[in-house]
Design a protein around this ligand. Structure first.
Ligand SMILES: Cc1cc2nc3c(=O)[nH]c(=O)nc-3n(C[C@H](O)[C@H](O)[C@H](O)COP(=O)(O)OP(=O)(O)OC[C@H]3O[C@@H](n4cnc5c(N)ncnc54)[C@H](O)[C@@H]3O)c2cc1C
Length: 501
């Protein structure tokens, strides 16, 4: 009789080899689409889409009337700066960072502070993943675990409703169901409090890490502004208030003012009259995320780093002389250490490094609109699950959490659902001006904690899985991980985030 362990092996092996095939196909598919991006530019009609164009199926493009504008810089483009003159105080001569999003570039930047030579590779380009169209809030005051009892209640209520803010498509993907089961198990107050306590120290350091970047040459600004949390009925605020109490109780300071609609209106014309109560969460910031991450990339290059676009990592392996990253369609690249910072694509590379936690893509959508008056601060409408941010003279509006494949095409019905939810709660918005329609994937873990630190392969590190807060925590993640790589000591703030947990 086969033992349980033997049965598992027989069942699991084909799954593993199949997933390698999928990874290789994904890289090849990327290379092919990257080439198509150049020649297929400017398809169709009214809305502009400066995003990774393969998120849109042709049917979706035609149905939505969206005009596709490729930003995925195809080809093996290289950006390289003059070698850094900073003395290298570590044993790491050269580090390869896979992924040119907020997290990968911040890690590269802080490694350079120790004099390390860095090469950042990305299968597409800078900010090609979630780091472009997100809401840009740097809001450590509300960095809290996603898994909590009310999310579970909402999820069960909205199950399979394509217009709901949280959407789980009907699918037989066993990986997704395993993730959802684990996620549901973490939707208890006990687990929430445990994860919340883990966040307190990293949250505390989040904004000062952005100051380090600014002082070291990153020119795109981080803008001080409160987060305005708006409620149609004052009673709806009780859940949010309770959460703020729990955040305080966990040890994280929260500074909130309560504003009537009239007071809030004097500050912000964009919160509709029907909103009865606004809680003003002080001490937060925001950025233009695409511009910010590009400015971070410029700074990495100015400090002597190299950024290579159109390079898709397939596998990572170690031998006595260093670590090799095998690339699709290009020569391998070697380093003394490697950081894997590939956001929602982490499952492609991390399992072979001993990382068992699945990263599920929680896809969100955004678009920008014109507003008559400038928007002075980010607005959050919890009931409609809307995130609005001042953006290039108008406003970016984002929302939705879709547990779906990271590479699935953009679904225009989700965008419609956000517009429908936003119209009654915002004023002064020109709804004819929608542009920059985008979908991106939050890298979500079932226990709501990121994966930052060493893997079982010596010299290979992972940085990702920040879910809804990878911009806010991106800079501090890079700073603390660089410290760990150089000193060999895990900073206290990273203790709960080990990738091998
Ligand atoms: C709608 C929405 C709103 C959000 N709003 C906020 C917010 O207001 N504040 C906040 O803090 N966070 C927000 N987030 C979350 C935030 O965007 C993410 O957590 C963050 O951008 C993740 O950054 P990253 O660097 O880990 O991943 P990404 O930005 O996704 O970067 C990963 C990179 O890896 C590359 N890559 C993937 N596979 C490979 C490979 N095999 N080889 C080479 N390169 C590869 C990709 O091309 C990509 O460029 C939001 C997310 C969404 C979707």
């Amino acid at each position: 009789m086969l033992s349980w362990a033997t049965t598992s092996f027989v069942v699991i092996y084909p799954v593993i080899s199949q997933s390698r095939d999928i990874d290789q196909r994904r890289c090849r598919e990327h290379a092919r689409r990257g080439r198509a991006d150049v020649s297929d530019s400017f398809k169709l009609s009214s809305l502009e889409l400066p995003t990774s164009s393969w998120w849109l199926s042709q049917e979706a493009v035609s149905a939505s009337g969206i005009r596709e504008v490729p930003i995925g810089l195809a080809g093996k483009e290289v950006m390289s700066g003059a070698p850094s003159r900073r003395p290298n105080s570590s044993a790491l001569g050269h580090v390869v960072v896979v992924g040119a999003g907020m997290v990968g570039l911040a890690t590269a930047w802080f490694l350079q502070e120790y004099g390390v030579e860095v090469t950042v590779i990305d299968r597409e380009g800078i900010a090609a993943g979630a780091s472009w169209g997100n809401a840009g809030w740097l809001s450590p005051g509300i960095v809290t675990p996603l898994a909590e009892p009310s999310v579970l209640r909402y999820g069960l209520k909205s199950f399979f409703d394509p217009a709901a803010a949280l959407y789980i498509p009907p699918t037989i993907d066993p990986g997704l169901w395993r993730f959802l089961t684990r996620f549901a198990m973490h939707c208890t107050m006990k687990q929430w409090k445990r994860s919340m306590e883990a966040y307190v120290e990293i949250d505390r350091q989040a904004l000062s890490a952005f100051d380090d970047l600014a002082n070291g040459g990153v020119t795109s600004p981080t803008i001080d502004a409160p987060l305005m949390v708006a409620f149609e009925h004052a009673r709806e605020a009780s859940g949010f208030r309770h959460e703020l109490e729990l955040i305080r109780h966990a040890g994280q300071p929260v500074d909130v003012d309560e504003l009537s609609r009239v007071d809030a209106g004097a500050l912000m014309a964009h919160i509709a009259d029907r909103m009865e109560l606004v809680l003003q969460l002080n001490g937060q910031r925001y950025v233009d995320p695409g511009e910010y991450v590009n400015s971070l990339a410029d700074s990495v290059v100015a400090k002597g780093g190299t950024i290579r676009k159109g390079m898709c990592a397939r596998t990572i392996s170690r031998d006595p002389s260093g670590i090799t990253v095998e690339l699709e369609g290009a020569d391998p690249i070697r380093g003394d250490a490697v950081v894997v910072a590939v956001g929602s694509w982490l499952n492609d590379l991390a399992p072979s490094l001993g990382v068992r936690t699945r990263v599920q893509s929680g896809r969100g959508y955004s678009f920008s609109v014109s507003t008559g008056q400038p928007v002075r601060a980010p607005i959050y409408v919890p009931a409609a699950r809307l995130a609005c941010t001042p953006y290039r003279g108008g406003m970016r509006i984002g929302g939705s959490m879709e547990f779906r494949s990271v590479d699935a095409p953009l679904d225009p019905t989700r965008v419609d659902a956000i517009v429908k939810a936003a119209k009654p709660v915002l004023s002064g918005v020109d709804w004819e001006s929608i542009s920059d329609v985008w979908v991106g994937s939050r890298p979500v873990t079932a226990d709501s904690r990121p994966l930052i630190g060493a893997t079982k392969v010596a010299g290979v590190f992972v940085a990702g899985g920040h879910g809804m807060f990878g911009m806010t925590l991106g800079a501090v993640t890079g700073k603390l991980l660089a410290e760990q790589m150089i000193t060999g000591n895990q900073p206290g703030a990273l203790r709960a985030f080990g990738p091998l947990r």
